[in-house]
Design a protein around this ligand. Sequence first.
Ligand SMILES: Cc1cc2nc3c(=O)[nH]c(=O)nc-3n(C[C@H](O)[C@H](O)[C@H](O)COP(=O)(O)OP(=O)(O)OC[C@H]3O[C@@H](n4cnc5c(N)ncnc54)[C@H](O)[C@@H]3O)c2cc1C
Length: 377
Amino acid sequence: MDLRYTESDEAFRAEVRTWLAGVLPTLPTKPSPEDWPARREDDTTWQRMLHEAGYAGIDWPREFGGRGASPTEHLIFLEETERAGAPYVGVNFVGLLHAGPTLVAEASDEQRGRHLPRILRGEEVWCQGFSEPGAGSDLAALQTRAVRDGDEYVISGQKIWTSFAHVADYCELLVRTDPSAPKHRGITWLIMPMSSPGIDVRPLRTIAGSSEFGEMFLDEVRVPVANRVGEENDGWRVAMVTFSFERGTAFVGELLRTRELLGRMAKLAPDDAGVRRELGHILADLDALWALTKRNVTQTERGGGVPGLGGSVFKLYYSEVRHRLGDLAMRTLGADGLTLEDEHVQAWIQAMSLTIAAGTSQIQRNIVAERILGLPK
Ligand SMILES: Cc1cc2nc3c(=O)[nH]c(=O)nc-3n(C[C@H](O)[C@H](O)[C@H](O)COP(=O)(O)OP(=O)(O)OC[C@H]3O[C@@H](n4cnc5c(N)ncnc54)[C@H](O)[C@@H]3O)c2cc1C
């Protein structure tokens, strides 16, 4: 990747900066974290504003309503929005960061036309119904059954840890369509409208006090066969495309926010050589991860738009750096003076979930070992 910025890159940076400077002061104050309808409204309003200004789906192809920005412009956009403290994707993260890109790569023209413009305009919020109580790391063990009845699938089973299910309009859902096939071969990827009768979402509360995810019970939910993405029983392959986006570039905005967090922590930390050295190591790791991001984004571009396995390396290392930063904050900022609402406490707690969500660190290590390094299973 060419790390120097061209004149047109710098012009793009200036344009984004000017737009942000004008628009950010006009945003309303953030709603309370547990006011979910207000949070949905807040996040989708921001998405609408991005769309009106031509910045929605910055890295999506133009033919699907995106901006078709180059990898460098994509990274500049993320840098500038982070630097300005602009909102991030919020409840739109599944639709924008992995369900939408999966539709771009795998869906029919009809499905793309129905969903992609609405995701980009902030009119459709998506959630992800992959994990089940008995199928997390071993996702291919999932049991939720879909039985064909004419031109519909009738679905029964249970999903869990479904983020933002209570505010979502659609769900990217994995179901078992052939229980007699080997487990990876009997799975299908479906678009499930969350308004379908038979869906019961029950919130779960995290240790940080948030009810961002929940259990999702499905009782004879009818989904049209026309909502299937890919072939029947080919859902595992489609899910791997979803994961390549989820692990590939979905954490990039987080990385930039972590740099800002580290900067604020450095101002609060005691002036001690040991602490400064640890902070310096973490900052160097974040810089290395930013360089890795640039490499991954470039490879994605060259690979026809679908990220490769570099996302697993990024996801593994980034989430573990976040643990180190959180631990350092707890050791040095004086736990007695901190409250649950403090951003460093929230970041420390969130770090615990980062090594689990989107595939645990152990699973990422297995992927790196087997599929990148070629080590035996
Ligand atoms: C904040 C958050 C949000 C989430 N959002 C969603 C969502 O929106 N939709 C969704 O579908 N899911 C979601 N998940 C679920 C997430 O994908 C799973 O939690 C994750 O895949 C791990 O599955 P599990 O919790 O069942 O743990 P398990 O699979 O039971 O794992 C338990 C432990 O065993 C280890 N382990 C398991 N298998 C192996 C192995 N083969 N080799 C080595 N170690 C192994 C794991 O690494 C882990 O430490 C979310 C999770 C979190 C934390």
